[in-house]
Design a protein around this ligand. Sequence first.
Ligand code: MD3
Ligand code: FE
Length: 234
Amino acid sequence: MVFESEDGREVYRETTLKGQNLVLFDGLSDATTLQIGPESWLLRGFALEHETELLQALKRIIAEASLRQMITPGGQNMSVRTTSCGRLGWVSDRKGYRYEDRDPVSGRPWPAMPDVFSSLAATAADAAGFSDFEPDACLVNQYSPGAKMGLHQDKDERDFSQPIVSVSLGLPATFLFGGLRRSDKALRMELQHGDVVVWGGEDRLRYHGVLPIMAGRHPALGNQRINLTFRKAG
Ligand code: MD3
Ligand code: FE
């Protein structure tokens, strides 16, 4: 259903996915839902209403489990700094990529996943047609200008039928959304502060990456981008 305002502008559009009504454009707020793949959705601005609580919770996590540069199995330093919260945290070292229930730096369990994180992830997944998403891992990626993430697949999780939810904060990034083969041409899209993306089903194993972040200044986060990635890993 499409609604128009008196001056003829389109202010509201709904579509149906898996029997659910999805708002594709709501002229009353600045949230817009875009389908970016058969089972992938970009929820523009979806996290903005929780910005303050998200940033507060993020600060506590980073204070408990500091951001650190992981080493790839090939011996390279990643340009991104990472930490985790939730029962499982993603780690990388010379032995490989995996999820662990303790922070290898402190030896302690990872910080608990704040309610505002898990409820945002579940609400976003639900809006994209994936009900009952209960993430047990939230990876925090911190990008300073120049940091990037090469094309890769996310394959360290147990169950690929579970979706992945990502929340972008701070400086914008150009996200690369490829296909199931590394050589497939990748779409480019800009991810901004407050954007949430949900990937699942046949899109779950698509190659993806992030181009080097450009310097800038975000009002809330300064000279950096932070991405939260929610997964059911175990
Ligand atoms: C697309 N992080 O941590 S968002 C990662 O912005 C990662 O920090 C990026 O890729 C970032 O692994 C991209 C997350 C993302 C996660 C899983 C996907 C995008 C995806 C799975 C399939 C397709
Ligand atoms: Fe990834």
